[in-house]
Every structure is written in structure tokens, then in C-alpha cells.
Design a binder for this molecule. Sequence first.
Ligand SMILES: Nc1ncnc2c1ncn2[C@@H]1O[C@H](COP(=O)(O)OP(=O)(O)OP(=O)(O)O)[C@@H](O)[C@H]1O
Length: 320
Amino acid sequence: MGETSATQRTGDGVIVTRALTKRYRGGQLAVDGLDLTVPTGSVFGFLGPNGSGKTTTIRMLMGLIEPTSGMAHVLGRPMPRSARAVLPRVGALIEGPALYGFLSGRDNLLRYDAADPTADPRTRRARVAAALDRVGLTAAAGKKAKAYSLGMKQRLGLGAALLQPRRLLVLDEPTNGLDPQGMREIRALVRELASDGTTVFLSSHLLDEIEQVCTHAAVMARGRLLTQGPVADLAAGSRGRLVVTTPDPADAARVLKEQGIGDVVATDDRVTGEVPERDLAEVNAALVTGGVRVRGFGVERASLEDAFVALTGEGFDVAG
Ligand SMILES: Nc1ncnc2c1ncn2[C@@H]1O[C@H](COP(=O)(O)OP(=O)(O)OP(=O)(O)O)[C@@H](O)[C@H]1O
């Protein structure tokens, strides 16, 4: 099979996998028949709880481990076979950046750049200065990396991935372990990179993170792909919740149950339930007839979390 036919077959996805499978030597089936398509220019969230197979997938995509079966194409070329041609065009941040604590941030990047045989030594300093600027570390460039906060270390790792122009950035749990401020910084950076046209593939076990920064997402559980597509479509696939705001939550809950509404949950001044098939006006009328003072009545937009729960029938470890 020639390279051209392979490219045609995989369309214009930046990452395409078909039936990609990894069984570790111990017998653990970590990734099971994965069909993934990451559109060009997307910020693609690879979502799943710990142990769902995200890191294993990323390691196969980067040619770090061999799949047991199936195929993975990155930038139209098969991995791991074309790793030498593909990897220079991919920036990766996997399992935290490897940094020398005793070197300054700038010297760490100079080292990274020097390790790249395609990087012109005459323009090295300028490249490193531009990368430091990109990730907001110019002022801290002279500090030793061991004095950096976790967020600064992550940003330095991203800076290393950005020394060369990249068509694809692969970030494995880029905000893991960061405080809220550090998370915000990394998310802002990801959005900025994406606005320049770089495709970003990032894994996360945080649903709200995916909703905040990603255009597309795939959801993994126990090594299998549950769904993938534009984030807005994934959330819309779930029906959302009926929400009644009222000073009479107990009465409202009773009426809603009488009306056949499922999963009724009452809190202080809010009662929610599953969205019924029938006309919502009838439900509203029943509440009013039942003496419930209705202050608000409507359907709350479904979140990706609702979609996840609907898909798996179980909750998601949102707090991490
Ligand atoms: N080298 C290995 N040998 C054997 N089993 C492994 C190995 N690496 C991972 N696994 C197992 O494969 C499964 C998937 O792990 P993986 O690290 O890919 O998941 P993950 O979604 O990235 O989770 P995490 O966020 O915890 O890294 C887990 O059950 C894990 O224990």
C-alpha cells in the first residue's frame, strides 16, 4: 500500500486511527478498536477517566509504543513507521516536560533547540526568545527551572514544543496538577495557538476543561470510544433538564412526578427532572393548577457532562 492511497483513505484528518488496539504484555487491553478522526484546525479534547486508555493512545500516535493491531495515521502518514518524517512537525507535551532544574528556563530551551538537528544554530537565541515570549516566560527566563511553579514548568514545556512551527500539538493532561490560575494560563495559551491554525489534540479527565477550550471531543471509557464529534453536538445529543424555579419545591416535585416526569430532584427553590416527550405547556399548566407558584420554567442546556452520564449511565469524576 503506497503513501498516497493511505492518505486518500484517511481523508484530511490530522490524526486518524482505525481499529487501533493495544494489549499490554500483562494482558491488559488498554485500547480496544479505536476509530478516531481529528479534523484539521480543531482543538480536539480526548476525554476519559483515569485508566481509560488516553495515554496509551497518545503514545501509539507518537510512535513511542507499537499498537497490537489496527492503524494510526498522523499528518497523513502511518505511525510508528513514518515517525522520523512526522514527529518534527508535531509538538508534544507528554507526562510533564523533561526539564533540568539547575538550568534556567532559557537554557533549558536552548538545550532543546540544540538537540534538534534541523534547527539552525545561528538563529537559536532568537527562536528561544520568541518561544519564551509566546508562553509568557520572558521575565522569568533567567530563573532556574526548579524555582518555577508547576504552571511555569508546563508553560516552559509548551515553549519547547513551540520552538518550531507545528501543524499539530499533542498535549497529555496539560493542566494536571495546576492551580486554577495555572489552568487558566494554559487554556488561554491553547486557545491562542489554535487561533493561529495549529490543530491541538489534548487529553483531559476534566469535562469543563474540554467544554471551555475544545471545538471537538472524543469520549473514552475502559479503552473504548463512546462518542466523538463537535462539542456542541455531543452536548446537544443529551436532552438537558427541565428546571422549575419555585418557593414550593415539595409541591412542585409531587406534581412533576404525577405528570410522569422521571428523575425529579428538589433543592431549595429549584426542582429539576428529565425533559418529557409531551408538550411542556401542559406540564407548566399542571403545576399552576396544583397551586405551585412557578417563578421560572424551562429546559437547561445539556452539558457535556450530561451527555457523558447519558452515554455511560454513570457519573464522571469531574473534580479529578
Ligand atoms: N505499561 C503498561 N503495562 C501494562 N498495563 C498498562 C501500562 N500502561 C498502562 N496500562 C494499563 O492500561 C490501561 C489504560 O491506561 P492509560 O494510562 O492509557 O489510561 P489513561 O486514560 O491515560 O489514564 P491516566 O490518566 O491515569 O494516565 C490502565 O488499565 C493501565 O493500568
